[in-house]
Design a protein around this ligand. Sequence first.
Ligand code: ADP
Ligand code: MG
Length: 268
Amino acid sequence: MTATIAPAGVQITGLRKSYGSNEVLKGIDLTVNPGQVVCLIGPSGSGKSTLLRCINLLEQPNGGTIHVAGFDATDEDVDVDAMRAHVGMVFQQFNLFPHLTVLQNCTVAQEKVLKRSRAEAEAVARKHLSAVGLGSFQSRYPVELSGGQQQRVAIARALSMDPKLMLFDEPTSALDPETVGDVLAIMRGLAQDGMTMVVVTHEMAFAREVADHVVFMDRGVVVEQGHPDQVIGNPKEPRTQDFLRRVLDPTHVEVSRDTASVRTIENS
Ligand SMILES: Nc1ncnc2c1ncn2[C@@H]1O[C@H](COP(=O)(O)OP(=O)(O)O)[C@@H](O)[C@H]1O
Ligand SMILES: [Mg+2]
């Protein structure tokens, strides 16, 4: 895949974020060293997306500090556009521009933000589209592609900006099961090439294999973090154990809750 990736890390301390009176991040500390892959795991609503979105200031934090790709993101004078140019983001729902071709999706920000010429932007885009196996799809529109192909375009689009850091928010959660592997393989390759990555995912096998560090979040706090063999393989905290039991065995039945509901029905 890509040859030269300038490394850059993330350093977050005491990060707080509220929506109205609902505090969804309650003092998060997180370090991502250059070249590291950090996977964020945890139940729905625990604040994973909010944390990721604070890193590139798609959400404005209410407290704490964030340093990313050499920028002080929480300095009120930070050049947000310059900072974001170094941070690629891939969303669950792809967020491609539907009215642009695959190639145009990958060139528009290069031309507008990085001021590259059309020819240069197209050359860069073609390189990344080929690397994700979509070299022959340049003239297609997103609607003509499968979900997995669209997500690969989204990754190629992000990489076309030469990011120092890539943020992934559940990149495979909206995909048909048979296309998940293609996207994970591309992410694995990026990690091997030394890209710094923060990945929100429910793919525990991927996290265990690829992550240098796993962070388990619940209700706005980091409950447990460490090496994947520890956090996923041998979790210490009951909340982590309970979450992993449910994620790793989706057919697992919460016996106590079930008998409670059965009782309720019997008693009514
Ligand atoms: N734009 C928003 N406005 C109000 N509440 C929000 C907004 N975005 C997220 N939340 C709330 O913040 C909490 C954390 O959400 P989120 O970060 O999306 O969690 P996760 O990604 O772990 O599922 C949830 O209770 C959610 O309802
Ligand atoms: Mg989320």
